[in-house]
Design a binder for this molecule. Structure first.
Ligand SMILES: Nc1ncnc2c1ncn2[C@@H]1O[C@H](COP(=O)(O)OP(=O)(O)O)[C@@H](O)[C@H]1O
Ligand SMILES: [Mg+2]
Length: 331
């Protein structure tokens, strides 16, 4: 739903949702309801509930040890859960595992390929596991591996290895793709290239479940995400909505000569208006940017250096969990 606020007796649209009404009325392709999983006495997942819609990059984000991998392994039928309910593409992974795995793609762990296997051999080998006709030549071009067909896995760069893993996960033309810590160990350039490729897979209509403990990655890539800590979902939404909800105040700054902008504190969303020299800082919680901008323009002042200061998802995550994502060990 679009939020409408009243400003100077006019209705102002203040927030356009990134998850569209169309998506909300569609059935989710994945539902996880109160999932639980323990390893011996250790409760790895205690309460995970989430829904994923077709065509989105859905993030499962949280510190190391939070229960992310366990959750997605249960979703793929690779582990049996102890409690709760999972449906992926209408199937129960616990009982329909083989049927489900024909329709999903999973990223392999680094250790899954022998060092000496060549790129084309890996693709050819994995294609033999797919029932029916399976064509992999197009994946070579699509995932930037042209010219590398005869290269051994161990001789590929980190980024090329990850691209091969994505290509292999797509070999059965899956509807849903699970990627777990795909960019771990990549340099910044390879990481960004991998992000572009994940977006490209989404744009081809795949639904992507992206497991990551990097909050910058979640913010850059995910349409929506669930933040998991200690085996529970703390919150789930678009990155922007999570930042708005938990990220603390938003501050807008701009400069002007002698004008006094203290009247901006009359807006509901504004908590403080401060002036330092020619710089005015307006802080508040909620849709501060559009309402302050509209109010300024309404009074005939169009700032040309308006800047917004807002927490990143990483800082928001720190607020939520008390830990930053790079130092996210639970133990
Ligand atoms: N096979 C296993 N046996 C026992 N404990 C495990 C096993 N796999 C994971 N764990 C534990 O379960 C918790 C959640 O692990 P995991 O799902 O891998 O978290 P994440 O992917 O978020 O880092 C951690 O404390 C981890 O040590
Ligand atoms: Mg993991």
């Amino acid at each position: 739903m679009t939020t409408v606020s009243t400003f100077l007796d006019k209705e102002v649209i203040v927030q356009a949702p990134r998850v569209t009404d169309r998506e909300r009325t569609m059935d989710p392709v994945i539902t996880v309801d109160h999932l639980q999983k323990r390893y011996g006495a250790h409760q790895a997942v205690s309460d995970v509930t989430l829904q994923v819609y077709a065509g989105e990059i859905f993030g499962i984000a949280g510190p190391n040890g939070a229960g992310k991998t366990t959750t997605v392994e249960c979703m793929q039928g690779l582990r049996q859960h102890d409690g709760g309910d999972i449906r992926v593409l209408g199937l129960n992974p616990a009982t329909d595992g083989p049927k489900l795995r024909r329709r999903i793609g999973s990223q392999l762990q680094q250790s899954a390929l022998p060092d000496r296997i060549r790129v084309w051999e890996a693709l050819d080998l994995f294609a033999t596991f797919v029932p029916g006709e399976s064509n992999w030549e197009h994946l070579i071009d699509q995932w930037g591996l042209s010219g590398k067909e005869k290269t051994a896995f161990a001789d590929l760069s980190g980024g090329q290895q990850q691209r091969l893993f994505i290509a292999l996960s797509l070999i059965n033309n899956p509807e849903v793709v699970f990627l777990d810590e795909l960019t771990q160990g990549l340099d910044p350039a390879a990481r960004r290239m991998t992000w572009d490729l994940i977006r490209a897979a989404r744009d081809q209509g795949k639904t992507i479940i992206l497991v990551t403990h990097f909050m910058d990655e979640a913010e850059a890539l995910c349409d929506r995400l669930a933040i998991i800590d200690h085996g529970r979902v703390i919150d789930m939404d678009t990155p922007q909505a999570l930042i708005s909800r938990h990220g603390g105040p938003q501050t807008v700054t701009f400069t002007s000569g002698e004008r006094d902008f203290s009247w901006l504190s009359g807006l509901d969303v504004v908590d403080s208006v401060r002036r330092t020299g020619s710089l005015t800082s307006v802080s508040g919680i909620g849709p501060v940017v559009p309402l302050v901008s509209a109010a300024l323009v309404e009074r005939g002042f169009v700032p040309d250096d308006l800047r917004v200061h807002q927490q990143s998802l990483e800082e928001t995550f720190l607020r939520l969990t008390g830990r930053d994502s790079m130092n996210g060990m639970t133990e």
